[in-house]
Design a protein around this ligand. Structure first.
Ligand SMILES: [Fe+2]
Ligand SMILES: [Fe+2]
Length: 296
């Protein structure tokens, strides 16, 4: 494991000032101030741990988007894909930077990264199949859920610097989710060949495994009924985080309301059965059950 560093240890280089421009929020500013004396050590430690984990996740997104961008070049995708990915890569640089700064501000140690875990081998039979599966997983599912979670974190945040940090991330993640659905829909159109249809079938068959991966990553194994019955977030001071149940709830609702219908619409009707296979509750069953009102 290697600790993530925000800056090169060589004084003020031009690369640092260029990085600073990318790392600044796309709108507004974050006031990087925290009066640590107004919080208990336990509150600061919990906040540092949450943002530390977030920094590692954002760095993984950065590595994945960068790799995917190169693979799209190999497929000679239209140039607007390159432009959109350049923006998203910059966004993930920003998110990693923000999460590292929040960790520092709360007194935490830098996030560690396992370089071996960043190596993402081509798993499909062809690069095209791999890219399609990665976009479906990382964007249509991952970024869609991420946008939902960060919108909930924004509502929960009470500490001003944390609210500013989450707001900067939310703006980007919401865009990433939208773009992911455009990319997913375009990739699912395919080229009409039998090989492309076979690749689609393989991907459809992988959906239960992909859904289960995200369910476990979101700590949602205990199911939606459990998650919905718990408190979504701790009250003040809140550093832009949810409870475990809050993240789980965002997963189940995001899957049911956005991901599954979206995948069905772009040509993966198998998504409904895959959702049921991992414990997902169908819309009709949800409508019949009394539950707390929730937003995104
Ligand atoms: Fe991100
Ligand atoms: Fe993202």
């Amino acid at each position: 494991m290697i600790p993530l560093r925000r800056a090169t240890d060589a004084g003020a280089l031009e690369l640092a000032s260029e990085h600073g421009k990318i790392a600044a929020p796309r709108r507004g500013t974050i006031t990087w101030k925290l009066d640590a004396a107004t919080f208990t050590p336990a509150q600061l430690a919990a906040a540092a741990a949450a943002w530390r984990a977030r920094a590692a996740q954002e760095y993984h997104s950065l590595a994945l988007f960068t790799q995917l961008s190169g693979q799209l070049h190999q497929l000679v995708s239209p140039l607007d894909w390159a432009g959109a990915f350049a923006r998203m890569i910059a966004d993930e640089v920003r998110h990693t930077d923000i999460a590292l700064r929040m960790t520092e501000l709360c007194g935490g140690t830098p996030a560690d990264v396992d370089p071996a875990a960043l190596h993402l081998p081509v798993t499909g039979k062809t690069l095209r199949a791999h890219v399609r599966a990665t976009v479906i997983a990382a964007f249509c599912i991952g970024e869609t859920l991420s946008g939902r979670m960060f919108r909930r974190c924004l509502r929960a945040a009470t500490v001003p610097v944390a609210k500013g940090a989450v707001r900067a991330i939310v703006d980007d993640e919401t865009f990433h989710g939208r773009l992911g659905w455009e990319l997913g829909a375009l990739l699912m159109r395919g080229d009409g060949s039998a090989a492309c249809r076979r690749e689609r079938d393989v991907l459809a068959g992988q959906l239960p495994e992909i859904f289960a991966h995200y369910r476990d990553m979101c700590g949602a194994r205990r199911g939606e009924a459990w998650a919905t019955a718990q408190r979504e977030a701790d009250g003040a001071p809140n550093f832009g985080t949810l409870t475990d149940a809050g993240y789980a709830c965002a997963f189940w609702q995001g899957m049911r309301e956005d991901v599954v219908p979206g995948l069905v619409a772009i040509g993966l009707p198998e998504a409904s059965a895959a959702f049921a296979a991992i414990g997902g509750v169908t819309p009709s069953r949800v409508a019949a059950a009394p539950r707390r009102a929730r937003g995104s």
